[in-house]
Design a protein around this ligand. Structure first.
Ligand code: SAM
Ligand code: SF4
Length: 344
């Protein structure tokens, strides 16, 4: 069980973006669309509730929300989705986010399918680094997991990201028992000669994963590590930059690193530093939040920057102490949205 956090009194609260438990919020995951061209076995792209109705924020609206958060102390922004590279204005969004503050650590998570065409433009627009989701190195297994044929395109995307100078280039691998756990050693070997940083992620019980795969498909972290070994721990200053909660290792002599993210069994709620904004402008202070703050009506009613910041402060102050996955406190997961809708 998560350790119970004691709420702070009002006088103990800090004027920067801090939640009611004293955690400084420094990291934003900004979803720019809930549409996706993949149908991953564990995710839930709810295309029936897609964006064609015009509910999706414009680029200016998303950047305005991000700007308010940056003024409140956010230091890292990750652009995500759905599939962010499906947005025709993705380069403009990245350029505008970069213009908010050159010090912000600007990153993006993508399925990589369209990355070979866009990697260079993204770098030139000011993107610093990229995470590419890749769950199998075998074309048939890739198709089973992603729902489409696309391994060759994604591998071209990985190569293009390295060539464009995005750094670090991380590969996100959600490990699912019986689907791709046998490939952990092959992913680990990829880091031997290339400066790639593979992150093995525990399956989270959301969307399709909750409905069809079930928790029994989650692979324990120590089992993943045994498959990836031999491993040496990588000290914090040597790690590729990021705001995430991975435990980081390296195979002896390897160019890249291996990270293990206990998305469910880990107890990192106590140091959680992130908030999420959906492509429809909903601020979610936690994956476990039962509801979010709908910023779009505020924006469209002409709210001032100050009013926007104040609304965000109030919502962040109510960030729950912990998520619901592993038996900690918390409400309905992700305001009932899938990962595709929230932005993973
Ligand atoms: N479409 C992009 C992609 O796949 O990288 C960005 C959005 S996707 C929702 C972001 C990340 O969430 C991906 O790395 C994906 O593997 C991860 N994800 C989605 N559903 C998950 C689940 N049930 N458990 C663990 N990770 C999940
Ligand atoms: Fe799409 Fe990413 Fe979800 Fe896969 S994980 S269905 S690529 S949003």
């Amino acid at each position: 069980m998560c350790k119970t956090l004691e709420p702070l009194t009002r006088s103990q609260r800090n004027p920067v973006l801090t939640d009611g438990y004293g955690r400084a919020v420094r990291y934003l995951r900004l979803s720019v669309t809930d549409v996706c061209n993949f149908a991953c076995a564990y995710c839930s792209p709810d295309l029936s509730a897609g964006c064609a109705s015009g509910q999706e924020c414009t680029a200016q609206e998303l950047v305005r929300i991000a700007g308010a958060l940056v003024r409140l102390g956010i230091r890292g922004v990750r652009v995500t989705g759905g599939e962010p590279l499906l947005r025709p204005d993705i380069l403009d969004i990245v350029r505008s986010l970069r213009a908010l503050d050159p010090r912000v650590d600007l990153s993006l998570t993508t399925n990589g399918f369209r990355l070979s065409r866009l990697a260079r433009g993204l770098r030139e627009a000011g993107l610093g680094r990229v995470n590419i989701s890749l769950d199998s190195l075998d074309p048939a297994a890739f198709k089973r997991l992603a729902g489409v044929e696309g391994l060759a395109a994604v591998r071209e995307g990985v190569a293009a990201a390295l060539t464009a100078g995005l750094d670090p280039v991380k590969l996100n691998v959600v490990v699912v028992q019986g689907l791709n756990d046998a490939e952990v050693p092959a992913f680990a070997r990829l880091t031997q000669d290339l400066p790639l940083h593979v992150r093995f992620i525990e399956l989270m019980p959301m969307g399709q994963a909750a409905q069809t795969l079930g928790p029994s498909r989650r692979v324990p972290l120590d089992a993943m590590m045994a498959l990836a070994g031999p491993l040496e721990a990588v000290a914090r200053p040597e790690r590729p930059n990021g705001f995430g909660p991975a435990s980081v290792y390296r195979r002896p002599g390897a160019a890249g690193t291996l990270g293990f993210i206990a998305a469910v069994s880990g107890r990192f709620c106590e140091t959680c530093n992130r908030v999420r904004v959906t492509s429809r402008g909903m601020l979610l202070s936690c994956l476990a939040a039962s509801e979010g703050l709908d910023l779009l009506p505020l924006l469209r009613a002409g709210a001032t920057d100050r009013a926007l910041e104040e609304a965000i402060r109030v919502a962040v102050a109510q960030k729950p102490s912990g998520h619901a996955f592993g038996g900690c406190s918390g409400a309905r997961v992700g305001a009932g949205l899938g990962m595709c809708g929230i932005g993973g």
